[in-house]
Design a protein. Structure first.
Length: 174
């Protein structure tokens, strides 16, 4: 995937991105909101192997860039029934709260609906991540439920999530 909009780019993550992804994924500050306050115990070689399994049909890890500089990552996975599950992390804290996340999500949604043939997109976020929930609702996602204390983070703290979905027909009609 390669999607651009002015100075924003979404592109497939490739082997040479493994070091940057590893730096982000092993950083507990970056990964805390995802339930990994100690970071992920993953090597660059494991990341390279994971990236090699990505396909347009199954899903991919994506790099998001502002002015050609990597600031985070997105992903999409085909979960069947013409449905993609997506995620986003702006890992460069200096690039957060600038509206880029909303733009990147819209860019990905357009690509998935128009170029990849998906009819529905789902995602979830931590119940405490009110900022992300607001962003998803602003884009047009509908809250479909909450799962309370459905998993534990690395420290054994129960975590709750909010589920969202957006259909192609809902999005196109906006």
């Amino acid at each position: 995937m390669l999607v651009t909009n002015d100075n924003l780019t979404i592109r497939d993550a490739v082997e040479s991105d493994a070091t940057q992804l590893g730096t982000w994924w092993r950083d507990g500050k970056v990964m805390a909101h995802a339930g990994f306050p100690n970071g992920l115990p993953i090597t660059n070689d494991e990341i390279i192997k994971n990236l090699a399994t990505g396909t347009d049909e199954k899903g991919r890890v994506l790099i998001i860039e502002v002015d050609s500089f990597p600031v985070g990552e997105m992903s999409y996975f085909n979960v069947g029934d013409s449905t993609a599950e997506i995620g986003i992390k702006i890992c460069d804290f200096n690039m957060q709260e600038k509206g880029h996340g909303t733009c990147f999500i819209r860019m990905l949604i357009n690509a998935l609906f128009v170029n990849h043939g998906f009819e529905r997109i789902i995602l979830d976020t931590n119940l405490k991540n009110v900022r992300a929930q607001h962003t998803y609702e602003k884009i047009g996602f509908r809250k479909t439920g909450e799962r309370i204390d459905c998993w534990e983070d690395q420290l054994g703290v129960p975590q709750s999530v909010v589920d969202f979905e957006l259909t192609k027909s809902e999005y196109i009609s906006e």
